[in-house]
Design a protein around this ligand. Structure first.
Ligand SMILES: [Mg+2]
Length: 170
């Protein structure tokens, strides 16, 4: 399996983000309990991990500073010039990770936003996983392509989901 993952309200608790000006670079933010350990655990399993996140590169450098070494790819909307659900974001991740279309059935996209992460992943043809533990966005799918393939109630459950899918594959 290969992991594409969002940051805000998936790894990081957006309510803890501190900016000097609205829309500016995040100066400080907390990850959800267990999020750092989960990313480290997945990295230790040998699963390639790519950030696929809308926002400023410098913000994610701050937010993910303690786990930055676990990421094999780093795709931000600032660098791409488009936000999820644009396929440009997912294409950039494929390129960063040197993947091809035949790898798509092995790719999980984990995120909290049904209109961005889930619809984007479903339309792109990769496995969508809704991180549903943040209260800040409406998670009700309003179109068939906003329906997630899997739902994660706790970030700490992600290694088990990956292991389950790896077992099914073999
Ligand atoms: Mg998010």
């Amino acid at each position: 399996m290969i992991l594409f993952i969002d940051c805000g309200d998936t790894l990081c608790d957006e309510s803890t983000e501190v900016r000097l000006v609205p829309g500016g670079v995040v100066q400080k933010a907390s990850l959800f309990p267990g999020a750092a350990e989960t990313i480290e655990q997945i990295h230790a399993l040998g699963i390639p991990i790519c950030l696929v996140a809308d926002g400023l590169d410098a913000s994610f450098q701050v937010i993910l500073r303690n786990v930055i070494g676990c990421f094999d790819g780093w795709v931000t909307s600032e660098a791409v010039g488009a936000e999820k659900p644009s396929p440009l974001m997912f294409e950039a991740a494929m390129k960063a990770m040197e993947l091809s279309d035949s790898d798509k059935p092995q790719i999980l996209m984990v995120g909290n936003n049904v209109r961005k992460d889930i619809a984007g992943a479903n339309r792109f043809g990769i496995l969508s996983v809704l991180a549903d533990y943040s209260p800040r966005y409406d998670m009700t799918p309003h179109a068939p392509d906003e329906v997630p393939r899997f739902i994660l109630h706790d970030i700490c459950d992600l290694p088990a989901l990956i292991r389950h899918l790896e077992t099914q594959k073999n």
